[in-house]
Design a protein around this ligand. Structure first.
Ligand code: SF4
Length: 156
């Protein structure tokens, strides 16, 4: 499944199965948003030839096709067997959210986190802790093929 969206003037595509995120130019975004899967070039040309030239469509199409071939767009779900095994392993970890910064330079009066420090002093996660956290996730991810690290930070 590919999700497309725009934010702050940028076009994005997220490939759910591979976890890949792409920043797209306008034509690639239009093409990709019109597809549920990679369709033949001729179908795309028929659909967009009033808006873009053949050369523009072909270039954007080839870029999308190349990303698919690399497993970064329209990727297939990971091995079902691996997913089932990982789910059976009760201690298996899929994702970590690292709170890397206990600080914020905006100091909003209404802050849910007491202006960023949660009333416990301003701090940053050390590199040593961050590396240990990543090692912990990898070594406890069981049979999982894809794992995820999110970053939470009050410092903007
Ligand atoms: S964490 Fe958010 S709400 Fe709190 S001070 Fe920073 S920007 Fe404002």
């Amino acid at each position: 499944m590919v999700h497309t969206f725009t934010m702050n003037g940028y076009n994005f595509a997220v490939d759910g199965n591979s976890g890949s995120i792409h920043v797209l130019d306008d034509i690639s975004y239009q093409l990709l948003s019109s597809m549920q899967e990679l369709v033949p070039l001729n179908d795309v040309i028929k659909h967009f030839n009033t808006r873009y030239s053949y050369k523009e469509i072909k270039e954007a199409y080839d870029e999308i096709k190349s990303l698919k071939e690399q497993g970064l767009l329209f990727s297939i779900p990971q091995n079902i067997e691996e997913m089932v095994l990982a789910k059976k392993d009760a201690d298996s970890i899929k994702a970590l959210c690292l709170h890397v910064s206990h600080d914020c330079n905006l100091s909003c009066e209404y802050c849910f986190a007491s202006k960023g420090d949660y009333k416990s002093g301003r701090r940053l996660m050390t590199k040593d802790i961050a590396l240990k956290a990543v090692d912990y996730l990898v070594s406890n991810s069981s049979y999982r093929h894809n794992i995820e690290i999110d970053f939470s930070a009050e410092n903007l």
